[in-house]
Design a protein around this ligand. Sequence first.
Ligand code: PLP
Length: 584
Amino acid sequence: MLRLWKSEAVASFDFQAFNAGEYNRAVDDKVLSETLSKVLYPNDETEVGKRLRLCQQYFFVSCSLQDMIFFHLSYGRAIKDLSETFAIQINDTHPSIGIAELMRLLVDEHKLEWDEAWGITNKCFAYTNHTLLSEALEKWPLTLFSSVLPRIIEIIYEINRRFLDKAWSHFPGDDARIARLSLIDETGDKYVRMANLACVGSHAVNGVAALHTELLKKTVLHDFHELFPDKFHNVTNGVTPRRWVALSNPGLTELISSKLGDDWLSNLETELSGLQPLATNSAFQRKWLKVKQANKEALAGVIRERTGIEVDPASLFDVQVKRIHEYKRQHLNVLHIITLYNRIKHDPRADITPRTFIFGGKAAPGYYMAKLIIKLINSVAEVVNNDTDVAGRLKVVFFPDFNVTNGQLIYPAADLSEQISVAGKEASGTGNMKLSFNGALTIGTLDGANIEIREEVGEENFFLFGLNAAEAADIKSRSYNPRSWYEGNSQLQEAIDQIASGTFSNGDWDLFRPLVDNLLNRDEYLLLADYQSYIECQDRVSAAYGNRKNWAEMSILNVARMGKFSSDRSIREYCEKIWKAQPV
Ligand SMILES: *Cc1c(COP(=O)(O)O)cnc(C)c1O
């Protein structure tokens, strides 16, 4: 059962205001209350945006909790047994306010004692963390929070008081640690820390890939792990093969079913490996490549329709589709494109494997640098796509409006999956799984679920490059100097100088200056340190793509060994480890 909530005004119309000729004021209340659920996750850059978003989180959460309690009681069950009817999985911190709201409902409305209410709340809630970026952990300014939700902040103070008492007896005298554990950040301006609330109020906390869970325990949630080691679990993400294979790639589905029957789609872990013996079968390889070719032709048609760009379906389709973010390093991919472009400019007859670079993804509205990366991709595309020396061997496409529907068209057409985040930042990734399920080979770092994908498909079928998480952390702890990497690598220097000096911006030196300055002076995500390793790895990709038979074998083995990443396995693990739910 899925509930979608919509806010409506109690009274749609202020008749008195209308009669007084104040027509706008007559509908003010209605407009204001409906704003609450007009847009999911409204932009919270501005002060009013922040307030609206907090109101929205509280509204959705309270509606759902009240609905659950209503259902539970209507089954004739006692309120104390709520956790036997419902498990509440907090998907990142956005709904974590529900912990305090359920306490309010149980104590204020259902008149339970605090301790009993807390026991029920803790049994109901579990928290899934989705990010290691500390700036992405939600914090609400205390003044805003208190003015919007005065009763909820009282309850949070009481949760905190009781929690810190316990923490104090566990770590007596450790003031610094107690300050870090507190639900209230008092280091400067005061904030409510939603991840802390989620950890305290939940009986289980999990990360979404093995590396992510280990890093959570060691870094962002270290203090909570020391206090509650048994709360922590890993559940590696998965994707549903019904959408990401059957619905989006009917050609591949039919080919697999012709060999394995129809059961594999609901038994991936046991059945999909049945493809392995076919990996070296020439007839099967040919059919496999034919399916991919048809998917690429279909995508080429849509690219022509939506962007006007002609791409060659015989070229290597090199795909990076995901939210635009500096840690995901779309601009590292751009540096590779410029490097190839320069090889052609230096020697127009250079032996280049034809490639189509396909990007897609949205930037958060207030994220300036991410918007500038989109601009850079489009600007490089403009130059590369129209250069006669390139002669169509390289094409760059920014596919507009990347979403699930467009994804269903793009993932099945990919030859190469770009999973190039700086190690230690991508919690899991799921695009990596969708692409591999559709027969793309991965070029990637040892980050998120890439590590587990590589373990499954075999290192010989995965293009690995770059620093690992420990090395990345290490290099940053020793005053990393990106400029020395730039000065020590002439190809890298050339590419960055071109971006800076207007090669891709009609001579405009200012347009990409913030991006270039950032790379040369800070480079928080270590693009320059990983550049050479990435370029060399891409050269191995190009060579491998030339051997069609070998490429087909690697692609088949990738799919055959992906069974672990079915969401059926993830959901079973949530049932076993977190919800203690038995199959029926
Ligand atoms: C799968 C998916 C994502 C996640 O992609 P990552 O590569 O894991 O970041 C993002 N957006 C859409 C539309 C998706 O389908």
